[in-house]
Every structure is written in C-alpha cells, then in structure tokens.
Design a protein around this ligand. Sequence first.
Ligand code: AMP
Length: 400
Amino acid sequence: MRILVLNSGSSSIKFKLFSMQDSKVLASGLIEQIGEEQGRASLKGGAGVKLEREGKIADHGDGLSLMLAMLSEAALINRLDELDGIGHRVVHGGEAFHEPTVIDADVMAAIEKLSPLAPLHNPANLAGIRVVVEKDPELPQVAVFDTAFHQSIPKYAYLYALPYQLYEQEHVRRYGFHGTSHHYVAKAAAAYLEKSSESLNMITLHLGNGASACAIRAGESVDTSMGLTPLEGLIMGTRSGDIDPAILFYLAREKGISIDGLDALLNKQSGLKGICGSNDMREITDRAQEGDERSLLALEMVSHRLKKYIGAYTAVLGRVDVIVFTGGIGENAASLREESCAGLEEGLGIEIDPEKNRMRKSGVFTISTESSRVKVLVVPTDEELEIALQTVMAISAAHR
Ligand code: AMP
C-alpha cells in the first residue's frame, strides 16, 4: 500500500511517499518558491537517488506535476492512480473535525470556512487538495488536522474568560496545534514503555521552531499551550508565547504600532530571535557557551517557561508518569532539557540523569534516573508517518 503525504504551504509543498507494509519512506522532497520567478524542487529517494530541478513553478498544480515527474524519474510512481491515497496536513479543523476525515466537497467547504482562523495555512492546504481533485477525482484523500487531537480538551480549559458570545459567534477559544506530533510521540512513548496509552498520564513537549506543551490523560489531550492561534504558550523561535495582552494596547497607544505591526512583532520578531537575535538553537547554545549574555538569558527564559508549564500540567493531571521531549530542539538540545527539569527532583519527582541525557541516541531513549518517579524520554517525532497511518485508518474505516 502506497500513501503520499502532502504538507502544502502558501508557496511550497513538502511531500513524503510511504510504503505502508513496513512504514518505509520511499521518497521525500520539497517544491519551493511556487509562483515566484525561480522555483526549486528536490527529491530524495532510496539507494542514494537525489533529484533537483529549477525553473518557474507557476502554481500548486504545476508543483504537483513536477513532483509526479520526479517520482516517475525515480521509478517510484508514474501516475496518481498508482497511489492508495493521499494524506494532507490541514492546520485548522476548528470544532468541526475531531479525527482524520476522508475529503469530499463538504469537507473542502468546511476547511475553507475555517480559513479566517488560519489565514496563512488553510487556504494553502486547500490548494493542494483541489489540485489533486482536478488531476484525479477518484483518488481517496484524507485531511489530518493539527487541531483534531486537542478536541478532547474540556470546555473549562479551552474557553478564554472573555464574553461568552465571542465563543458562540466568533469561535474564539483554545484549539491547540501540533496535535499530530503530540499524539504520535505519546503513542510511541507508551509502546517504548510497553504500557497501554490508557494507563499513562503524560506531558509532551514539542520544541521546534514552533513549540507547544500538551497534558495527556489516558491517551487524550486535556490541555495544551497553544490557543486560538499558534502564538500562545511557550517561548518559540520568533514567537513570544504568553504575554500580558495589555502590552499590545500599551504599544499601540504609546508607539502608534498598527495591528499588522503588532502581529509581525509577536509572531516574527519575538521569542528567541527577539531576545538574542537568533532563532537557531545550535547557534544560541554555541554563543552561550562562549559567554554571550543575551544567548544565556534566552536559554534561561525558555527553560523557565518550560518549567512553569511542566508544573502547571502536573497540577492539571494530578499524577504524571512520563514527560516526553520532541521536535528539533527537544530531541537535540540536551542542556535545555536538563535546565527545564532542574530543581523539580524533590517536589515533582523528575530526576534527569546528566549522562544519559547527553548521550546521543537514535530512536526513543530514557534520560531520567532509575529512581525518578516520572520517566523522562526523548521521542523523535514523525508527523508525516502519523499522517500516513491516520490516512490508512480513515480510508479503511470509510470502506467498512
Ligand atoms: P524543528 O522546527 O522541529 O525543525 O526544529 C528547529 C529547531 O531545532 C531550530 O531551533 C534548530 O536550531 C533546532 N535544532 C536542530 N538540530 C539541533 C541540534 N543538533 N542541537 C540543538 N538544536 C537543534
């Protein structure tokens, strides 16, 4: 069974082709700068296959044709109908979608209706879906939503204390994101520990350029740090995470910054970049080791914020069995993992073993001590594989 996973952005399409019998990646690639003067495309396949293309890629349709041509040159597939299905990452599913959903005209209309909640992402995701419908209307397509895993969060946790009609009429509430990743690493952690997901309470920390924490009780998300949009919560590469919302009124009044200016300030100029000028954790760690004060400060701020969320979600869950670190930073930045759990030994029973933490390993590994009440794990995330698995499940459920 062959499943193609597509993650369509406004000017790019990331793709991964899976053989589902053995969950093996047959090829992965990226179509970039769609719509610009000079587009680029690349594909990596098994046995050292590497293809690269340059030239104008007019739109998403052109991009997908190019992807197919490259997959054909790599002797993988020649036509879309050789696939068993396509799984699309769709960022915002609002309250309409709790699970992966086979796409039809109604689902496409619903994704479009949700676009005001994710103006950069949903229209791009939809463009990818539409192009496939045009090319092969019979091919099963599944939408896998970033928000779906968090639909189990109880109302008292997802509502903001704003006038209730803003929820009823404008759908203002916490939705949460990175759901596919939180779900995947939680299942992988349970499998590694040889326990059922239902028997475990976990805090999963997805720390990449975007970052979010999730409290998971018996396999279900019960709280998460991102909100209506992916801006709330942890300190991220260029996003502020939690701030006092009154800072915005203050800056608008005192400095005359426009709404678009404030949006850019919080989403693009803040976070690690705002504090120390870089959003690359490798660079920041190196600079901190050389004694750069701002880089040190940025690291202290990030681990302090993480610590606060670990504490808060411990209280929400009542008992925590497992903490998972994942994402580019969570999987690699050992010192940040250590700092964010430092001082939690006695109170919360979280004890990192510095040696295990600094050992670089592939796959899932434990970084807590034998005596730690809470197991702390590093679990590499694989959102594309999770999308492929959920696509297979949704297609087989639809055929039942
Ligand atoms: P992601 O969005 O999950 O791809 O993660 C991107 C972040 O992971 C960036 O801040 C990178 O600097 C960081 N990252 C990637 N590899 C490493 C590494 N080996 N050590 C520290 N940070 C890393």
